[in-house]
Design a protein around this ligand. Sequence first.
Ligand code: ARG
Length: 471
Amino acid sequence: MSKLWGGRFAKSTDVMVEEFTSSISFDSRMYSQDIAGSIAHATMLAACGIISQEDAKLIIDGLKGILADIEAGNFSFEVSLEDIHMNIEKRLTECIGAAGGRLHTARSRNDQVALDTHMYVRGQVAEVARLLFDLEQAILDTAHKYPEVIMPGYTHLQRAQPILFSHHMLAYFFMLERDFRRLGGVWESADIMPLGAGALAGTTFPIDREQVARELNFGRVYENSLDAVSDRDYILEFLSFASILMMHLSRLSEEIILWSSTEFSFIELDDAHCTGSSIMPQKKNPDVAELVRGKTGRVFGHLMAMLTVTKGLPLAYNKDLQEDKEGLFDTIDTVKFSLTVYAAMLRGMKVNAGAMRQALKTDFSNATDMADYLVKKGLPFRQAHEVVGKCVAYCLNEQKTLTDLTLEQFKEFSPLFAADITDAISIETCVAARNSLGGTSPTQVGQTLLIAKSVMDKQQKRLDMYTKTTL
Ligand code: ARG
């Protein structure tokens, strides 16, 4: 296929080099952004008197025809035409003749690819936000489904203090809520219109960049042409957002995997969301959670790769920047798939309140409450800690728990113990007593669920804005 830039060359490109430098195998997914961007560009060129209205009409109709062809599967992408931009432009000229050659006036592929990628990322932010919202909803639904279930809370993966299961779920909700906000930051960075920067320095034609920005619903235009073609921050920000989100999902996965083990038995995943073993007939493996945990690695890798690609680059465009797309696209696909399966998995998850309760019966999760009890009777906390530590050591020796001790036995450790100690260290009391702001008491968790609801209402408005802008 003859090159759009062939004029200067005496030899044709080595086939191997064509294959090496081509990006069509992955950037073809930006075809609709490329066409929308070209339509806005041609419209502006005509409005500014840079091309004729007739040529603009031919170009726009031609581009619409190409869009329809691609969507109908009637377009063959050529490696020799390197990328999506030249594949479409070449076809346009084949379809409409010389007018097609006017489309690239006052434009370079450098600002064109930046425009396409900004639009693509903006669209994907809208889709990812919707899936993230749904996962947040699934987490809230899970919390609402088991309002009274108490489980051991852990530090160092050692039982620490009893907490409401819904409190644990809400912790993940707020992690994802921050992810949603970070995604909003990605949106802001992607919502800047680069076209008109030309190759690097702007253009000699009297273009109207604001018009293109309006046509494509951009909030802002780049202030500096070099920055416009060199900036990949919005991609780095997406990858950072995605890395943190995946890290969150990976932490939840780790807990789900542990909880579904026989040793914990705190939850049971739906059969539909697990897989079996080809050799061990009894196995039911939490593959979804494991794979999300595993896929977190490649997303981190894409962030590292992109930081490394950009770190030594001089301004403005360098071919290295073509490496921005595969990692970005893979991250988008990975995040979207992970969010989708995760929400389904959580919705199918059953909580085994009995196993959680059983775990709490045989541990010392109420030891802090026992110390707090003594403090409320006047003992300094450090001394109370020491007294309870001795009780725990005694119980461990006798294979008892704190609630097994009689009042007489308690009194041997401290005369401050009275009959009300039994109630003070019951699991329900321990949970209800943690009524400080943001604590695990049912009152606090009830309040937090209300806050979560209002967060979701706000996010819904944001989703509506995304949808409206990317339509
Ligand atoms: N395929 C290229 C990319 O993805 C488009 C920009 C090419 N620009 C250039 N001057 N070679 O980065």
